[in-house]
Design a protein around this ligand. Structure first.
Ligand code: ATP
Ligand code: MG
Length: 390
C-alpha cells in the first residue's frame, strides 16, 4: 500500500518560542526553511503555531532538506482532508494496512466540533475494523501502527503515522555569526556544524600553503564548506595564502614553536576577517589532548592574541564521537581524502606541549607580525559557497 501524502507537517521546539522573541525566531526559521527549499515547487502555510508544506512534486526531497534546517524538531508526511466524518473514515481506510494491531490517536484543536477526540478515535477505529473484515485488532499499548489524526480549526484534518526526527537546535542566525577555522580535517567541519546547531551563522577561513598544498586540498575544503552550507545557508569561505608566514616562522623561530606560532597567526588573521564579516566569535575543531598543540596551555597561548571568544565545541569529545557526527552530517568521506593540510607541511618532530605566552612573544619578536598579517588578509580570496543540489 502506498499513500499519496499531500502535506508535510513541520514541528519546531517550543523552548525558543517563549516570550517576546517568538516572532523574531519564527521569522528566521521560516526564512531558513524557504531558503532550504529553493527552488523546489511547494506552498508554505503557517497556521496556529504550525507550519505545513503542500503542493509539492517531491515529498522525499523536501523532507531531506527540512531535516537539515536547525530549529525543526520533526516532520510528518500527512494526508490533509476536509474535517468531515465520512471523508476522515475513507482517508483512514485508504492509508492503513488492513491487518495487524493498531491504535488511533486523535487531537482536536477545533473544540466546536460535535464530538470529543476519544469519540472520533473510536469512530475511525471502528471504520478501520469494519474495512479490514476482522484482520485488524485494536491495541492501545502494543500496536504495529498508530494512526494520528490532528483535527485543526481551519476545517482540515491531518492524518499521519511517522514523526521523522530532524536536526533540532535553534534557527541559524539567531545566535549571530561565527568564523570557523576550517581545515580539511575531520574535526573542524563538525565543530562548525555544532555551533550552527546553536543558531550561529557560519563563515569560514582556510589557510592554504600553495604550492605545498594544491588544488585537490582546496577542493576538499570547498566541498566541506558546501556540505555545511546545506545546514547553514551561504558560507563565505576565505582562503588565506599562508606559505609566506610559514616560511617566516620556520626561518626565524625555534622548530618546537612552529605550530604554536602558526596557530597564533591563524587566530590573528581569522579575527581580522571575522570583523569584516561581522562575526562575534571564532570556532575551531580542537579537542583537549588530541595532539600536542591542543593542550590547555597551547589553547591559552593561541587565545591570548585575540579578543573574540574562541568556541571549541568538540573540546570534550573523543575522536570516535567526532567521527560519528562527521558521518551523520556527511563530511567524513571528504575529510579523509588523503591531501596534505598546511599544518603537516612544516610539522616539527618535537612540538612544545606546554608553551608559555611569554616564550611565544619572545620568539615572535623576530617577525614583523603586523605586516605579515596585513599582507595575508589583503591577499585573501573570498569564495561564496552555496548548497549544490544533488
Ligand atoms: P581538524 O580535523 O579540524 O583538521 P585536527 O585534529 O587535525 O583538526 P589540527 O590540525 O591541530 O587538528 O587543527 C586544530 C584546529 O585548527 C582545526 O580544527 C581548525 O579549526 C584549525 N586549523 C588547522 N589547520 C587549519 C587550516 N589549514 N585552515 C583553517 N583552520 C585550520
Ligand atoms: Mg587538521
Amino acid at each position: 500500500m502506498s499513500v499519496e501524502y499531500n502535506c508535510i507537517l513541520i514541528r519546531f521546539g517550543e523552548i525558543f518560542l517563549k516570550g517576546n522573541n517568538r516572532k523574531y525566531f519564527e521569522d528566521l526559521l521560516i526564512n531558513n526553511i524557504k531558503a532550504a527549499l529553493k527552488p523546489l515547487k511547494y506552498t508554505f502555510l503557517r497556521s496556529q503555531g504550525r507550519y505545513y508544506v503542500e503542493d509539492f512534486d517531491n515529498a522525499d526531497e523536501i523532507i531531506q532538506r527540512l531535516k537539515k534546517v536547525f530549529g525543526i524538531h520533526s516532520v510528518s508526511p500527512a494526508l490533509k482532508v476536509k474535517t468531515d466524518k465520512e471523508t476522515l473514515f475513507e482517508a483512514a481506510v485508504g492509508m492503513s494496512p488492513m491487518s495487524g494491531k493498531f491504535r488511533v490517536t486523535v487531537k482536536r484543536a477545533d473544540k466546536r466540533l460535535p464530538f470529543t477526540s476519544a469519540e472520533m478515535a473510536g469512530n475511525i477505529g471502528g471504520a478501520l475494523l469494519r474495512a479490514s473484515g476482522g484482520k485488524l485488532k485494536v491495541d492501545l499499548f502494543d500496536h504495529d501502527f498508530d494512526l494520528n489524526v490532528d483535527i485543526r480549526d481551519n476545517g482540515y484534518s491531518y492524518l499521519f503515522y511517522d514523526k521523522i526526527p530532524c536536526a533540532g537546535g535553534l534557527p541559524v542566525g539567531c545566535s549571530g555569526s561565527g568564523m570557523l577555522l576550517l581545515s580539511g580535517g575531520i574535526d573542524s567541519p563538525v565543530a562548525g556544524w555544532l555551533m550552527a546547531k546553536r543558531g550561529v551563522r557560519l563563515h569560514a577561513v582556510h589557510f592554504h600553503s600553495f604550492p605545498y598544498t594544491g588544488e585537490p586540498a582546496l577542493q576538499k575544503v570547498k566541498d566541506l564548506a558546501e556540505k555545511l552550507s546545506k545546514y547553514t545557508g551561504q558560507v563565505n569561505l576565505h582562503v588565506v595564502p599562508f606559505t609566506a608566514i610559514q616560511y617566516a616562522i620556520h626561518e626565524n623561530c625555534p622548530a618546537s614553536f612552529m605550530i604554536t606560532i602558526m596557530r597564533r597567526f591563524m587566530m590573528r588573521i581569522a579575527e581580522k576577517i571575522a570583523a569584516k564579516e561581522g562575526c562575534g566569535a571564532l570556532i575551531t575543531g580542537e579537542s583537549l589532548g588530541q595532539v600536542a598543540s591542543q593542550t590547555m596551555q597551547s589553547m591559552n597561548v593561541t587565545n591570548s592574541v585575540v579578543k573574540l571568544p574562541v568556541f571549541r565545541p568538540v573540546v570534550a569529545f573523543d575522536k570516535e564521537e567526532i567521527i560519528d557526527i562527521a558521518q551523520k552530517i556527511d563530511t567524513f568521506e571528504i575529510s579523509i581524502r588523503p591531501y596534505e593540510d598546511c599544518c603537516t607541511v612544516f610539522l616539527p618532530k618535537n612540538p612544545v606541549i606546554r608553551p608559555k605566552i611569554s616564550e611565544a612573544e619572545e620568539y615572535e619578536k623576530a617577525l614583523d607580525i603586523d605586516s605579515l598579517v596585513e599582507k595575508a588578509v589583503a591577499d585573501t580570496e573570498e569564495l561564496i559557497i552555496t548548497p549544490m543540489t544533488e
